[in-house]
Design a protein around this ligand. Structure first.
Ligand SMILES: C[S@@+](CC[C@H](N)C(=O)[O-])C[C@H]1O[C@@H](n2cnc3c(N)ncnc32)[C@H](O)[C@@H]1O
Length: 215
């Protein structure tokens, strides 16, 4: 369990979510067998919900891994959204490319190879939804570029925002994670204190922070 909420609560909420089928089930099993971190089931459901509400035409994802969440977001949009997803790990890139080709998502998902910090600077599309799920210690550094790329009424969803509870309590912080925790707190301060934004931090999965600009 994640250390973010009560185990019984998490189990109950997960029990309400139907099991994956098809491509998502296969990718979920691959991730589990190969210890690839993918989004929690509650976060997957939340992304699906947001995509149904927002109907984004362009989505940017930071952190592709094997392509699970990008395929999930594509399916949630009936493959209508155009998704750019950034990954730097060569093994992940190969697996994600194979998955996107073999499962037929070439038309909706583009994988961009490289470090988010570098790639973001070179992008100039505008996105309705940006999903940050890479480099937990750098969300605060990614933020200015994400805001530059975000449509006026766009939404940023940042995963792992509470990072095993450590972000919320010094008592839980493991020493070697101090930098990540400090920077994640900085990210949450930046999106919470600035009056131009509305941010809601939600204790689901590993914690998510949802941010949009005020009207
Ligand atoms: C948690 S996984 C992403 C999981 C994926 N979003 C999913 O749910 O299917 C994070 C990924 O981000 C990649 N990553 C970490 N830091 C990165 C960076 N600075 N630039 C690009 N990719 C990065 C890692 O290699 C890893 O594959």
């Amino acid at each position: 369990m994640s250390g973010i909420t009560y185990d019984y609560m998490e189990k109950y909420i997960q029990s309400l979510i139907e099991d994956n089928i098809g491509v998502l089930k296969e990718l979920e099993m691959y991730a589990s067998e190969n210890s690839v971190p993918i989004i929690h089931r509650e976060v997957a459901k939340f992304l699906e919900l947001m995509i149904h509400i927002k109907k984004p035409s362009r989505i940017l994802e930071l952190g592709t891994a094997i392509g699970y969440s990008s395929i999930l977001m594509s399916l949630a949009s009936n493959n209508k959204a155009k998704i750019d997803t950034i990954e730097r790990n060569l093994d992940m890139l190969k697996t994600a490319r194979d998955n996107i080709k073999n499962y037929g998502f070439m038309n909706s998902i583009d994988i961009i190879e490289g470090d988010c910090m570098e790639v973001l600077k070179d992008l100039d599309n505008e996105y309705d939804l940006i999903f940050i799920d890479a480099g937990k210690g750098h969300y605060n550094h990614f933020l200015p570029e994400c805001l530059r790329l975000l449509k006026q009424d766009g939404i940023i969803i940042a995963d792992n925002a509470l990072f095993r509870g450590m972000v919320a309590s010094d008592k839980l912080v493991a020493r070697r994670k101090i930098t990540i925790v400090k920077r994640m707190r900085e990210y949450l301060r930046l999106v919470s204190d600035n009056k131009k934004f509305i941010t809601s931090v939600i204790p689901m999965g590993d914690g998510i922070a949802v941010t949009t600009r005020r009207n």
